[in-house]
Ligand binder design. Structure first.
Ligand SMILES: C[S@@+](CC[C@H](N)C(=O)[O-])C[C@H]1O[C@@H](n2cnc3c(N)ncnc32)[C@H](O)[C@@H]1O
Length: 243
């Protein structure tokens, strides 16, 4: 065999080996991405800009006008907080507070101990404008970045956990809770879907289950002024920090 044939054969072997190496690397990267996928599917990412756009366009204002949405808020603020954290000076933290509707159902003293946090600057300015005068504090911060000055007796996650890495967030907020504090979690019904089941399952692993309420009715989908109302249900759980 001539040197030229040797050279061509060697080049072919080297090229094949390189191709195989690249294919293996690509396959491992795809496998790693596939392994990571289920975790990602468990929560929905929406950027701060998108939240701001939705709040400034008025897309979420229906929540204060639709009876089932208002009932959910009333149950959280007017029933569950009152029954499970009855001390007058209870401190209340709401994550993803939106326009602060829960505070409509708090007593004047409870309002003084309320802090609402939201990723959307727009939502926070609407909350401040709509709910001024009661002494509540509204803070613009993403849930994972918020660091409170003190600890809380009640932490509310109303229709927000599925937008976050809920395991990390629940672990983080556990640190912000006083002994015996309660956490209230509301999630619209997605029965059978992993996201919905997993959030409650994780919460029950971390906290002690206290109560569960369902609120059923009809609601409108986000920004759907021209669409018919749909049947919907919310599951609200109350859990207590383990001692
Ligand atoms: C579906 S709305 C619920 C508003 C209100 N809690 C309620 O129950 O009607 C979700 C809210 O969570 C806020 N939000 C979403 N992701 C967040 C995050 N990572 N940190 C803080 N707030 C967030 C949104 O800006 C929005 O105001």
């Amino acid at each position: 065999m001539s040197a030229w044939v040797h050279f061509v054969a060697a080049s072919f072997v080297a090229a094949t080996a390189l191709l195989l190496l690249l294919l293996t690397a690509a396959t491992s990267a795809a496998a790693a991405a596939a392994a990571a996928a289920p975790a990602k599917e468990q929560w929905i990412f929406q950027s701060e800009k998108k939240w701001d756009r939705e709040w400034s366009s008025g897309a979420w204002h229906y929540q204060e006008q639709v009876p089932v949405e208002r009932s959910r808020i009333a149950v959280i603020g007017g029933v569950l907080v009152q029954l499970y954290a009855p001390q007058a000076n209870a401190t209340i933290l709401e994550v993803g507070c939106g326009e602060g509707a829960v505070t409509d159902f708090l007593s004047p003293v409870q309002k003084l101990g309320y802090v609402g946090v939201d990723i959307s600057k727009e939502a926070i300015s609407i909350a401040k404008a709509k709910r001024k005068g009661g002494g509540m504090r509204f803070v613009h911060a993403a849930a994972h970045r918020f660091e409170p000055h003190g600890k809380f007796d009640v932490v509310i996650f109303s229709e927000v956990l599925y937008y976050t890495e809920y395991e990390k967030i629940l672990d983080q907020y556990l640190q912000y809770m006083n002994p015996n504090a309660i956490v209230i979690i509301s999630i619209f019904q997605m029965t059978g879907k992993p996201k919905y089941e997993n959030i409650f399952a994780y919460a029950q692993k971390k906290f002690q289950m206290v109560d569960e309420i369902e609120v059923h009715g009809k609601t409108k989908k986000l920004g759907a002024d021209n669409k018919p109302v749909e049947k919907t249900a919310f599951r609200i759980e109350v859990l207590r920090k383990r001692t």
